[in-house]
Design a protein around this ligand. Structure first.
Ligand code: XMP
Length: 514
């Protein structure tokens, strides 16, 4: 959507850090896009890339099944940087030798720069620490390459063919453990690829708004707003572009956090110009969920009911025009892993009903990573609480109430959760937690309050730290903060007489309870 002039291609050979490489390039204000190693060379030629980065990958270059690329790519005159597997691949393509070491080199490693005036190492100390993770290593560099750095176990930690502007590093400059990784990437982009840095969020907003106006013209746009970060930022961008031509449909199934539905409505009706349609259907959802206790069945009912209500409203609000959604870049990229021809399912993308006709689907954030989406959101004036919102599952509190979902249980959980969030905000540790919330396990226990015995709900507190939500640690919240949370919940939330803290990591536990 945005028209940036400079682009770097991240050619994906299946490594785990590929998205991170693209993110790091963008941190230097240069747009980077990821393509699988199966991309056609003609497509590369037609894209005017300023540089190409070969990523890491799990394979050995001598494996018959390992991903390779036509050697022609090194003769296009486009600067290339190979990282880890990408480095070995360049070596292999150019006639060097790769061998398998007896011992893997893994972790922080000191390298020594042997060519002090290499452009790649400008302003990088002669000895510096990098992150290594490899078993294969380059035992002999190709004849037309010069070794520019080495480590104790790795005779070629980096090499270059300066004339052809081909560089290769065995280590991972993209991870923060590499002390000067940022500088090395910057040198590749600015000293070698001669980038000027035209990827800026302000210009992204301006060009995107302009393009949206051109595309939409006088027509209407309908957007499903969930209150999550992505759809909120998409809504704000579209509002800036076409104002009242935009209708946002917000389905409140009564399973959001306390006052969250009202907050979303207030934000988008007061701060942004648009038609805002809120459908309150909490009662219908609870009726559908009556007597249901199986987690999968509950999720299915909530999902199906949500899309039924959503599409009914969209059908009512649409008259041709466009359908918009907040799909972001990681939802769309093709992966170099496994079956590279398959495009990842857009997990944000909702399947459109056939009887609703739109001119086209608009995805204004499809070039952005999550943290870039947040920067755009802040620049557009979306409140911080929304922009920095922690992940919230589609089925909402439905996956945090074990057993049957009732209005009473929702209210108890919302109140307890609000207290927990308030205490965490006051304690100043919010930034240290990736996600935190309360769960209502559908357990009643005996307690005593004053002179009375009570028999009331148990609340569980869940708080985790994680980088990717695939694995997570339970957060080590200080006892005094936990004590305050527990005290307040038991005192302020009716029908709760006990609080427990979930100290399970993922795996074996999941973050949510259902
Ligand atoms: P689990 O519970 O699988 O959760 O460890 C991992 C992350 O995903 C979120 N989550 C969901 N997000 N729809 C979503 O959009 C869902 O159905 C869903 N279930 C779990 C969860 O909150 C955590 O951040």
């Amino acid at each position: 959507m945005a028209e940036t002039k400079e682009k770097i291609l991240v050619l994906d050979f299946g490594g785990q850090y590929n998205q991170l490489i693209a993110r790091r390039v963008r941190d230097h204000n240069v747009y980077a896009e990821i393509k699988p190693y199966t991309v056609d060379i003609e497509e590369i030629k037609n894209n005017n890339y300023k540089g190409i980065i070969f990523t890491g990958g799990p394979n050995s270059v001598y494996d018959e099944t390992s991903p390779h690329y036509s050697k022609e790519i090194l003769d296009l005159g486009i600067p290339v940087l190979g990282i880890c597997y990408g480095c070995q691949l360049i070596n292999f393509m150019c006639g060097g030798q790769v061998e398998s070491a007896e011992k893997s080199e893994y972790g922080k490693t000191v390298i020594k720069v042997s060519k002090k005036n290499s452009k790649l190492f400008k302003n990088v100390p002669d000895e510096n620490i990098v992150w290594m993770s490899h078993t294969d290593y380059i035992s002999k560099a190709p004849a037309d390459f010069e070794v520019i750095a080495f480590s104790e176990d790795c005779p070629c930690a980096a090499m270059e063919n300066e004339k052809k502007k081909i560089y290769a590093v065995q280590f991972h400059p993209e991870v923060t453990h590499s002390e000067y990784g940022k500088d090395i990437l910057r040198n590749f982009l600015y000293e070698i690829c001669q980038c000027s840095g035209d990827w800026q969020m302000d210009s992204f907003i301006d060009t995107t708004v302009e393009n949206l106006r051109k595309k939409i013209g006088e027509k209407k746009v309908v957007l499903g707003l969930s209150g999550g970060v992505d759809s909120s930022v998409a809504a704000a961008l579209l509002s800036k572009a076409v104002g009242k031509q935009l209708t946002c449909v917000f389905v409140d199934q009564g399973l959001m956090r306390k006052n969250e539905g009202d907050f979303v409505e207030e934000t988008f009706t007061k701060l942004f110009d648009m038609n805002f349609v809120r459908v309150n259907c909490g009662k219908e959802f609870i009726a559908k969920l009556k007597g249901k206790t199986d987690p999968e069945e509950k999720r299915k009912i909530i999902g199906e009911e949500f899309y039924r209500v959503f599409w009914d409203k969209i059908r009512e609000e649409s008259d041709g025009g466009f359908f918009a959604q907040g799909t972001i870049y990681p939802d769309c990229i093709e992966s170099g892993k496994g079956d590279a021809d398959k495009i990842k399912t857009h997990h944000n993308q909702v399947e459109m009903l056939k009887d609703i006709k739109f001119d086209d689907v608009i995805e204004p954030l499809c070039d952005l990573f999550k943290d870039e989406v947040r920067i755009v959101g802040e620049k557009l004036g979306i409140p911080k609480e929304l922009v920095w919102r922690q992940p919230f599952p589609g089925p909402g509190l439905g996956v945090r109430i074990i057993g049957e979902i009732t209005e009473e249980k929702i209210a108890v959980l919302q109140d307890a959760d609000a207290v927990f969030r308030d205490e965490i905000a006051k304690s100043g540790i919010s930034q240290d937690l990736s996600q935190f919330f309360c769960v209502l396990p559908n357990v009643r226990t005996v307690g005593v309050m004053g002179d009375h015995r009570t028999y009331d709900h148990l609340i569980a507190i869940r708080a985790v730290t994680t980088d990717d939500f695939m694995t997570a640690d339970f957060a080590k919240i200080p006892y005094d903060i936990l004590a305050k949370v527990s005290n307040r919940i038991v005192n302020e939330v009716e029908h709760v007489n006990r609080v427990v803290y979930d100290i399970t990591s993922k795996p074996p536990g999941t973050i949510e309870w259902e």
